[in-house]
Design a protein around this ligand. Structure first.
Ligand SMILES: *[C@@H]1O[C@H](CO)[C@@H](O)[C@H](O)[C@H]1NC(C)=O
Ligand SMILES: *[C@@H]1O[C@H](CO)[C@@H](O)[C@H](O)[C@H]1NC(C)=O
Ligand SMILES: *[C@@H]1O[C@H](CO)[C@@H](O)[C@H](O)[C@H]1NC(C)=O
Ligand SMILES: *[C@@H]1O[C@H](CO)[C@@H](O)[C@H](O)[C@H]1NC(C)=O
Ligand SMILES: *[C@@H]1O[C@H](CO)[C@@H](O)[C@H](O)[C@H]1NC(C)=O
Length: 436
């Protein structure tokens, strides 16, 4: 054995002893973790379930791709928060959190959300726009490995115990938000550092009624996902140099994931768009394309939306699809009796987001581009405007509806996004996505 191999072995043994203190003590270093996803039918939010704190309180938390850190409010957790500890101001962990302030709170006994000399920052509810300033703390996150389903624990997972007013606008079953943003205290960043795995996650969000999965780390997938994951198209994840949230000054980089969309096609026709809007304005951070789980239908700035609706309606009419009166918030609706169906949903013109090369495009078929609004009416599932609580002026915000039944692999470590074509084309769906 070469000396370097020995030191790696010793190093991993040391690491192992520092994290593996869960009841079930698995024998191997985990590669990846699994977080099942459900969609709330009322709010169209996607959430997962985590186990947190000394009593492994089960919490449903909404998935926010652009979020900074985990936050929640839960009486059940408070009643059993014996392993909670605050992150003191001025510590290394506080710097990692890039938190903006320090809270002095003198409640006796101290409790999560009110502890003295505590590293503090704003949490953001991405639906209501409410933000809440309070201290950050740490507690035990229990999680399951993607293969074998063994339970592991991270003792010092950072989060914020938020005020209950922060829950307004969240899906009924949810008591907080889990963050997957480009920060050092988001879920994948923390698991990458605790378990020395790659900072990477694969997201498969389900349509209403289905199940999906989030896998953090790298592992072999079940069939046919192993093959699908080998044939992903990849594009660069780009960074917006300007933090767009009023409270988001993290190195002035946005936490959101941006992709570099160069053009949009309807069928084979490239839309004639103002290219300035497609790129990020480096001065004010406007423009560009983000991917956001916290909005349902893809939002487009007004001028892009108008061109899309016009060309889509034209292409649909040439397929003898009858346009009917629009139903808000949608700008183009059709008589579903005039639309044929296919395994990828209503047979309508495809919509492509084209990236750095002609061959790099994300294609939406009917199941992702059309939504049924009444018995005989389906509408183009894109909306005007980036009506956004943070006052963002991003030109394209790809929403959850368009992501459904696609495998999206965010390789944060190398700043790349890999995406599959619609899983329906492969005869499968997110409900089947998991590790082998
Ligand atoms: C811990 O969890 C169990 C099961 O959920 C519950 O019965 C018990 O009351 C909890 N303990 C505390 C201190 O909240
Ligand atoms: C709160 O923390 C500050 C800074 O460490 C300290 O000076 C002060 O005495 C503490 N107050 C209480 C009530 O513990
Ligand atoms: C970050 O943004 C703030 C507010 O817009 C600005 O004052 C500051 O100069 C920026 N810092 C860097 C490093 O760009
Ligand atoms: C394109 O968009 C930019 C940014 O909104 C705007 O300043 C410019 O006037 C637009 N160009 C045209 C030709 O509409
Ligand atoms: C549309 O309808 C016209 C008139 O009935 C017919 O000639 C044409 O072939 C149809 N086109 C398609 C694409 O079905």
């Amino acid at each position: 054995m070469a000396p370097s191999t020995i030191s790696i072995v010793i190093f991993s043994l040391l690491l192992f002893s520092s994290y593996s203190n869960a009841q079930t003590t698995p024998s191997k270093k985990p590669e990846a973790f699994t977080f099942p996803i459900k969609k709330d039918d009322t709010t169209n939010q996607y959430y997962t379930n985590i186990q947190f704190g000394s009593n492994s309180t089960k919490l449903n938390v909404v998935i926010d791709l652009g979020g900074n850190f985990l936050w929640f409010n839960s009486e059940d957790y408070l009643n059993a928060a014996s392993t909670f500890h605050p992150i003191p101001c001025g510590t290394r962990k506080c710097r990692i959190a890039e938190a903006i302030g320090c809270t002095f709170c003198f409640l006796k006994p101290a409790q999560p959300g009110c502890t003295n000399n505590t590293c503090s920052d704003y949490s953001l509810n991405p639906f209501s726009g409410t933000s809440g300033y309070s201290g950050l703390g740490e507690d035990t996150l229990r999680l399951r490995s993607a293969r074998g389903g063994n339970v592991y624990a991270v003792d010092d997972f950072p989060f914020q115990y938020a005020h209950d007013a922060m829950l307004e606008g969240l899906a009924g079953p949810a008591s907080g938000v889990i963050a997957l943003g480009r920060t050092r205290i988001s879920l994948q960043a923390q698991l990458a550092s605790a378990f020395k795995i790659r900072e990477k996650f694969t997201l498969c969000v389900p349509p209403a009624g289905g199940d999906g999965n989030l896998i953090v780390g790298e592992t072999a997938y079940s069939k046919p996902f192993e093959e699908i994951s080998k044939s992903l198209v990849t594009t660069r994840l780009v960074r917006n140099p300007v933090g767009l949230l009023g409270i988001d000054l993290i190195g002035n980089f946005s936490r959101e994931y941006y992709i570099d969309v160069k053009s949009i096609k309807v069928g084979s026709k490239t839309l004639s768009l103002n290219k300035t809007l497609l790129s990020i304005n480096k001065k004010d951070g406007s423009g560009g394309t983000t991917i956001r789980t916290v909005r349902h239908y893809t939002g487009l700035s007004k001028s892009i939306y108008r061109v899309l609706v016009k060309e889509f309606a034209k292409a649909a009419e040439s397929k003898n699809i009858t346009r009917v009166a629009s139903v808000a918030p949608f700008g183009a609706c059709f008589d579903s009796k005039t639309v044929l169906s296919s395994k990828t949903g209503p047979r309508v013109p495809t919509i492509d987001l084209v990236m750095e090369k002609k061959s790099v495009y994300w294609r939406f078929y009917g199941s992702n581009s059309m939504v049924k609004v009444s018995k005989d009416v389906i509408c183009l599932a894109f909306v005007e405007g980036t009506i956004n609580v943070s006052g963002q002026t991003t030109s394209i915000e790809v929403g959850g509806y368009q992501m459904e039944n696609h495998l999206l692999e965010f390789d944060v470590a190398s700043s790349k996004l890999g995406f599959s074509s619609s899983l329906l084309l492969h005869g499968t769906s997110c409900s089947n996505f998991g590790a082998s």
